[in-house]
Design a protein around this ligand. Structure first.
Ligand code: HEM
Length: 478
């Protein structure tokens, strides 16, 4: 009979609630601090809109897994959906909508765990091309990593080989990704939730912003259409390479609703380019290797003993490299690429632990807190892969999100990360940069603050480990 309270949280002001308390940078750290004060599930009020932060893995399981039908929606983003017409992106659509269900189905059918091995040859080829590129131009490492992941995805999805970043499909995708992340500034989903915030001057999407949004919208449309149409054209000429899209087009032609099926395939597959985010984890991995010579050497000794020094690592080696696999898990845990995931929303009123969570609340898994919980991971700020050699240690699944929204590309992402990490370790000694006196400059793990968090740009030294591999890198030309 008495209404249940909302989950506890910081003191609210009249009308604006916690608006002025909202962190501008690295929100996961402020949420972690609040979590210690108010509990694993606490709430904030943003001008009447409830935001719930979930900060432990037990609470995340309870909310996102056990009550997945309630907590798998997305907050509607006025900015992305209305201004930028991102309605082709099933990842932004509501739980249960046709676009989300059909898009996710098609996506999972292409990127499920049993299908990912199909793409191993592409992943390996692009990894080896990457090594060759950095052997000529180490300063371009980040560009080449970005290119490698883009090329892996575009080849798997469209059967189109990409050789440089001026490639039109890479350009389409990068321009739309740039628009997406610029529009997705921290204020975005607040603006989305609270139309009144449009009047806060620094966030107000003025005429200039709207013009840019129209341009980003066009990039999105180009990205969705260009590569897809190219596959259709080449198929019509009987020349298309095998690819996910070629298979989906052929299957659509035999279905009862060919046009709709083709559209679903086209839109769902355009979302795959988001898998570029694997770049963040790779940059974290290289940083960790440069910071921890003992860990790097132990991983290299493991690779040398399992793989030898006269060939590159391959996928069948992966189960025989437990320490490297532990490093990959620790990389995803230590500095997750999406420290507060992608916001979920609740689709009905619900109750959690005696607290009321109203329909339409924004529900955020604080991945950073969950993966830095000292009750689960001792000394969580330290990079300690050994913790994952103990099979009891909880895998860092939260890095891939929650419940029914959990990343459907995670097997592909992990395979790509394994490939690049194992090749870099096999071929290179990774060390911190030197100052003008020849002394090593100490590297620290500082991360950027966006929705997708990357290490703040750093440099490192990478020296080939052996003449044999150096010769193999040169030989392994495209
Ligand atoms: C290390 C690499 C990756 C990480 C850390 C990562 C992480 C994430 C996270 C945290 C989410 C949000 C899940 C949620 O809402 O709870 C997500 C969603 C998604 N990811 Fe990934 N991802 C990675 C690689 C990939 C790759 C390679 C692809 C494509 C091949 C991909 C495709 C997607 C899609 C389509 C969604 C939206 C799912 C939905 O809303 O239903 N991701 N990812």
């Amino acid at each position: 009979s008495k209404p249940l309270p909302l989950p506890p949280g910081p003191q609210r002001q009249p009308i604006i609630g916690n608006l002025l308390d909202m962190p501008r940078a690295h929100p996961w750290l402020t949420y972690a601090r609040w979590g210690q004060e108010y509990g694993d599930v606490f709430s904030l009020d943003l001008m009447g809109k409830t935001m719930v932060i979930v900060g432990s893995s037990r609470a995340a399981t309870d909310i996102f897994e056990k009550h997945s039908t309630v907590y798998s929606d997305r907050p509607h983003s006025v900015m992305l959906m209305d201004l930028m017409k991102y309605d082709w992106n099933f990842g932004l659509h509501s739980y249960g909508s046709d676009v989300w269900r059909d898009g996710r189905r098609v996506f999972q059918q292409a990127f499920g765990p049993s299908l990912t091995p199909k793409y191993h040859p592409i992943i390996l080829r692009e990894t080896r091309t990457l090594l060759r590129r950095i052997s000529f131009d180490l300063a371009g490492l980040n560009n080449y990593l970005r290119l490698a992941y883009g090329a892996m995805i575009i080849d798997a999805v469209y059967g189109i080989r990409v050789h440089d970043r001026n490639n039109r499909y890479i350009r389409d995708a990068e321009l739309q990704a740039e628009g997406f992340s610029t529009a997705n500034v921290p204020g975005d989903f607040l603006v989305a939730q609270l139309p009144l915030l449009k009047y806060v001057p620094s966030w107000f999407p003025g005429a200039a912003f709207k013009r840019r949004a129209a341009q980003w919208q066009q990039y999105g449309v180009d990205m969705v259409n260009n590569a897809f149409e190219k596959v259709k054209d080449t198929m019509a000429q009987g020349e298309a390479n095998s690819s996910i899209v070629a298979e989906l087009i052929a299957r659509a032609a035999e279905s009862e609703r060919p046009e709709e099926e083709e559209d679903t395939a086209k839109n769902a597959m355009a979302v795959a380019y988001g898998g570029q985010i694997t770049l963040s984890a790779t940059q974290v991995f290289i940083l960790a290797m440069a910071m921890h010579p003992d860990i790097r050497k132990r991983a290299q000794a493991e690779i040398d003993s399992v793989v030898g020094t006269d060939r590159f690592p391959d996928f069948p080696d992966r189960p025989n490299l437990p320490y490297l696999n532990a490093i990959i898990k620790e990389t995803l845990r230590w500095q997750p690429a999406l420290p507060i995931g992608i916001p979920h929303a609740s689709s009905t009123d619900s109750i959690h632990n005696g607290h009321f969570i109203p329909k339409g609340s924004v529900v955020i898994g604080n991945t950073w807190s969950i993966l830095h919980d000292p009750r689960v991971y001792a000394n969580p700020d330290e990079f300690k892969p050994e913790r994952f050699l103990d099979a009891e240690t909880r895998a860092p699944d939260a890095a891939f999100g929650y419940g029914r929204r959990i990343c459907p590309g995670r097997w592909f992402g992990e395979a790509a990360l394994y490939s690049v990490a194992s090749h870099i370790l096999a071929a290179y000694t990774v060390e911190p940069p030197l100052d003008s006196d020849g002394q090593e400059i100490e590297l620290t793990a500082e991360m950027t603050s966006g929705v997708v968090s990357y290490p703040v740009p750093y440099s490192c030294r990478m020296t080939p480990r052996s003449e044999v591999l150096k010769a193999m890198i040169a030989e392994d030309a495209e």
